[in-house]
Design a protein around this ligand. Structure first.
Ligand code: NDP
Length: 352
């Protein structure tokens, strides 16, 4: 089957493309520029030297907010994984997040509704669409797929440009996902496809995406979450801890759950949170000490000496039980993500 993947050169998109090809799918990847198409094609050819002709191709969609932007991409496509969306916390105008997020999502859904060859659409949402990631609750609370982050939308509506970046980003994820479900619920009977949304927590782990070679360095990584992990684990001098506690998921598990969502009957019409690992940065430092993989850490971040330095209370948790039970997800533990990230960065010459 042929699967359309948007945002294919991004941190998550690239892993999804790689996994799909590994599992025998054909992939049509959308990116914004010729340069990005070339870089992605070279990477895929290097990773998959014996791909059959036509198993991987790139389509250019320079502006996914434009009317009908995805319509030309859907010939022969049976499934869609839509990851493209602005991911940063720095833009001033909330519309710069919301317009591409909502119009990109609706553009692809409406194009699929016209085409009628698509059987499943999987959209990458975020736990930011469930609850505000950076706000520690007054009491420990476990959020699930019934929750929506209305707070972000209300705050951004009230404050506009003055809202914080994470609220603007989360609002764009809420509005895009809600618009998708609204359209799906209103038109379900006439659609060829079923919808599923995946809501990852912070995504960490090894980097696959093409990086410019001048030479490639951590500064070229597009994912703000990988940059964050890089800073928290390896930067000198060490920055202030950015988050007290947070939950994250390995990028390879994110790719896996998107493909399960594409394939499994149980995924149809459902949201799935993928944010299994609740931790603090101290947990990462302690794991690195236990595994003895970053000796220089001991001076910067000594091991925790008391349990108070470990997980704080109250805390904000997202339940990933539904993904485990219905989709059979088995998520990688922190030690595996840490070990493979360190190996990856070391092989690239980014760590001494
Ligand atoms: P990246 O920034 O690495 O990739 C984002 C992708 O989206 C890139 O291909 C980018 O294209 C594309 N994109 C961004 N803005 C636009 C736009 N205005 N028009 C068209 N394409 C655009 O981020 P991730 O891979 O981490 O994120 C992918 C998805 O996962 C997003 O939907 C994000 O919200 C979601 N997500 C990510 C999490 C994380 O921790 N990383 C957590 C939860 C959800 P280009 O390279 O041209 O800019």
């Amino acid at each position: 089957a042929r699967i359309l993947v948007t945002g294919a050169n991004g941190y998550i998109g690239c892993w999804i493309v790689h996994e799909l090809l590994d599992r025998g799918y054909s992939v049509r990847a959308t990116v914004r520029t010729d340069e990005k198409a070339c870089a992605l094609s070279s990477l895929i050819t290097a990773k998959h030297p014996s791909l059959s002709p036509g198993a991987f191709e790139c389509d250019l969609v320079p502006d996914m907010s434009a009317e009908g932007a995805f319509e030309k991409c859907l010939g022969g496509v049976q499934g869609i994984i839509h990851t493209a969306s602005p991911v940063n916390f720095e833009m001033e105008d909330p519309e710069d997040y919301i317009v591409p997020a909502v119009q990109g999502t609706m553009g692809i859904i409406k194009a699929a509704a016209k085409h009628q060859t698509v059987k499943r659409i999987v959209i990458t949402s975020s736990v930011g669409a469930v609850a505000e990631t950076l706000r520690t609750p007054e009491e420990t609370h476990v959020y699930n797929e019934d929750d929506w982050n209305d707070y972000a939308v209300e705050t951004v509506t009230a404050l506009g440009k003055a809202a914080i970046g994470t609220d603007k980003y989360s609002a764009s994820k809420v509005l895009a996902e809600r618009a998708a479900w609204q359209f799906y619920d209103d038109n379900k009977d006439g659609l060829s496809f079923e919808l599923c949304t995946i809501l990852p927590g912070w995504v960490f782990g090894t980097v696959l995406q093409p990086l410019p070679d001048d030479p490639p360095s951590p500064k070229h990584i597009t994912s703000i979450t990988v940059k964050l992990a890089w800073d928290q684990l390896f930067a000198m001098p060490p920055p202030e801890p950015f988050l007290v506690d947070f939950s994250y998921v390995d990028v390879r598990d994110v790719a896996d759950i998107h493909i399960r969502a594409l394939e499994m009957e149980e995924a149809a019409g459902e949201r799935f949170i993928a944010s299994p690992n609740l931790c603090t940065w101290q947990d990462w430092y302690d794991a690195a000490h236990d595994m003895d993989i970053l000796p220089r850490l001991s001076k910067i971040h000594p091991p925790a000496t008391s349990t108070e330095e470990k997980l704080p209370y109250p805390r904000l948790e997202y339940s990933s039980e539904k993904a485990k039970q219905r989709l059979g997800m088995v998520f990688r533990p922190l030690e595996v993500t840490l070990r493979d990230t360190v190996d990856d960065f070391r092989k690239r010459g980014w760590l001494q």
